[in-house]
Design a protein around this ligand. Structure first.
Ligand code: SF4
Length: 337
């Protein structure tokens, strides 16, 4: 069975952007692949943060993931800092990663443009990401289109390490060089089917730091207060103006929560001005409630039983540590340690 690896920042409770853009997909993939899901707390410290808040958010994220349907009996869920081999492999990979590749990363350029002082962690973030994936020699990584560039770097790192430290096979390559084993597989992207959900402003990515999210655990009243004024097709100024659902973020959220029949009906009612946007949003609010009520109930049960969350994370970390140690034993051996 192929192995997949996914990481998520410990940003607290899930919002519908990361639920529809990633986590909901993982709940299906966990039954098709050997699945490893990691709450990447080492990634979360490249910016300023409060230690107590990090601890709390890590836990909230674990509760959210379990409530959303990650099954610890099927997938391995753990916290990155519980498996220290992640940072050991990241250091090793730093020594085979071309600096130019890191400086070209879009995320680095964006973050460094916004900050006066940039720490080396922001530059090396994709190296730790490569270590996260390759530590488990994962074959595939579920990603959105905006993360394909990072995954490409993991492929470059795997290729460079293999070509230097992979054991010689005794054969020669087409260009006459000594062939080496591909100890680290070059991970393939598994593109997430849901298109990226924008924030409620319809203009920027849905993100907690931008304050444009709807949390999975929010009450129906709080959700409606945010959904009601959410941006739609700007061409629909009057109730009688026909709209284009493809450019409307509300329509794309419908695709995540409503049945296929409802989604078709929404598109028709939008294009023919059969509905106003408020009618459309009311139907969406109902679809969201149908899906979110069981998630909220499970989250309340988990919050009342913290030892079950600890047990799930502990079991995940124990399993992943075993896999990580096997990889590192082979890496150390091949590198002369
Ligand atoms: S009717 Fe629905 S899909 Fe169409 S613009 Fe309004 S909110 Fe968007």
């Amino acid at each position: 069975m192929s192995r997949i690896f996914s990481g998520i920042q410990p940003s607290g409770e899930l919002h519908i952007g990361n639920y529809l853009g990633a986590v909901k997909n993982w709940t299906h993939l966990q039954h098709e692949f050997e699945t490893i899901i990691c709450v990447v707390d080492y990634h979360a410290i490249t910016g300023r943060y409060e230690p107590d808040q990090l601890r709390a958010r890590r836990r909230e994220m674990a509760v959210s993931l379990l409530a959303a349907g990650i099954d610890p009996n099927v997938a391995s869920l753990f916290v990155q800092s519980q498996v220290p081999e992640h940072t050991e492999l990241a250091w090793i990979f730093n020594t085979v990663t071309p600096l130019g590749e890191l400086e070209r990363q879009t995320q680095f350029k964006e973050k460094s443009a916004k900050q006066e002082s940039v720490n080396a962690g922001i530059l090396n973030y994709p190296v730790l990401q490569a270590a996260d994936i390759l530590l488990y020699r994962a074959d595939k990584v579920p990603v959105g289109e905006d993360q394909v560039q990072h995954l490409e770097l993991s492929r470059v790192v795997a290729r460079r390490w293999n070509s230097t430290f992979g054991l010689k096979t005794g054969r020669t390559t087409e260009d006459g060089a000594e062939e080496r084993e591909s100890f680290f597989p070059e991970p393939e992207p598994l593109l997430t089917p849901t298109r990226r959900i924008m924030g409620l402003d319809g203009a920027t990515k849905m993100s907690k730091s931008l304050g444009n999210t709807i949390g999975l655990m929010e009450t129906p009243e709080a959700i409606w207060a945010k959904l009601r004024p959410a941006a739609t097709d700007p061409a629909r100024i009057r109730r009688t103006d026909p709209g284009n659902p493809e450019i409307c973020n509300v329509y794309h959220i419908h695709k995540g929560f409503s049945s296929p029949e409802t989604v078709l009906h929404v598109a028709h009612q939008c294009r023919t001005a059969g509905w106003g946007c408020l009618d459309c949003k009311k139907v969406l609010a109902e679809s969201m409630e149908t899906e979110l009520v069981p998630i909220r109930n499970r989250a309340a049960e988990l919050a009342a039983s913290p030892q079950s969350v600890d047990e799930a994370l502990h079991a995940g970390a124990t399993h992943c540590r075993t896999l990580a140690r096997a990889t590192m034993d082979a890496v150390r051996e091949r590198m002369g340690f």
